[in-house]
Write a protein that binds this ligand. Structure first.
Ligand SMILES: Nc1ncnc2c1ncn2[C@@H]1O[C@H](COP(=O)(O)OP(=O)(O)OP(=O)(O)O)[C@@H](O)[C@H]1O
Ligand SMILES: [Mg+2]
Length: 252
């Protein structure tokens, strides 16, 4: 296995407050990393730095051995996708339309030819590609439903599908289980694991639900107040003395 993502000594402050503080971590191609830590630990900020929505103050982020381009669009184009803590889907647009819009945006990033050739219309091939992704996430029978009317578990799956149309090598999943009940969470976990099996996608997953992290992650990194305080297997990290003290609120 080779290193896909290499975060080296990255820091970010807001107003003098070190929100991400000399963080280093790496993700192997095709592997999954869980990122845990209490509210405000800096997890979402780290995702935003990796995705290019924020610029690092110091440190380097390498992807496939190369320094990343600064713009988020260019990072998406080369294979970094992200899903969000809060799902945002558009009004009456169907599930399939959400994917088509994302696919067309992705193709526009690759070059302007698409709109020149197709005048902004979708092609049968694009529709077929999006339907294929919907079937991977188990939503093919929802293609024509208005996305905003679906239950939250399925909206999360739409968001995942939308991230997949760019053919990413790395998915940053921010709290996929947030707001879901036990059954919906189990279903989303099985979808994510199926996607990983079928595409070889690597993921970094942030979640407050430890069972979700355990089910999705091969390795775990714990953050507290901007710093990495432990890394290892799920069992190693969740029994780590510093983690128990700072994050689980337990005095060992
Ligand atoms: N754009 C910003 N400007 C100023 N402060 C910010 C900004 N974004 C985040 N912060 C602060 O940085 C800290 C870390 O926030 P972040 O969202 O990364 O935490 P988190 O680990 O994702 O927390 P949660 O588990 O609640 O989602 C918080 O104190 C937050 O208020
Ligand atoms: Mg967050």
């Amino acid at each position: 296995m080779s290193t896909l993502l290499d975060v080296r000594d990255v820091s970010k402050s807001f107003g003098g407050n070190a929100v991400v503080n000399h963080v280093s971590l790496s993700v192997e191609d095709g592997s999954s990393l869980g990122l845990v830590g209490s509210n405000g630990a800096g997890k979402t900020t780290l995702f935003r730095l990796i995705a290019g929505e924020l610029a690092v103050d110091s440190g380097d982020i390498l992807f496939q051995g190369r320094t990343l381009p600064p713009r988020a669009d260019d990072r998406a184009r080369i294979g970094i996708a992200r899903t969000f803590q809060i799902v945002e889907l558009f009004g009456g647009q169907t599930v399939l339309d959400h994917l088509l819009v994302a696919l067309q945006a992705h193709q526009r990033r690759q070059g302007p030819w698409r709109d020149l050739v197709h005048g902004g219309r979708t092609t049968p091939e694009e529709r077929a590609a999006c339907m294929e992704i919907l079937s991977v996430v188990g939503l093919d029978d929802r293609a024509q439903a208005p996305a905003s009317t679906l239950p939250l578990g399925e909206r999360r799956a739409v968001e995942l599908a939308r991230a997949l149309v760019c053919g990413p090598r790395l998915l940053l999943a921010d709290e996929p289980s947030s707001g879901l009940d036990g059954g919906e969470t189990a279903q989303l976990i099985s979808i994510i694991n199926r996607v990983r099996r079928e595409t070889g996608l690597a993921i970094v997953v942030v979640d407050h639900d430890l069972a979700t992290v355990e089910a999705l992650a091969d390795h775990v990194v714990a953050m507290d107040a901007g710093s990495v305080i432990a890394h290892g297997t799920f069992a190693e990290v969740t029994t780590n003395v510093d983690v128990m003290r700072s994050w689980l609120g337990v005095t060992p």
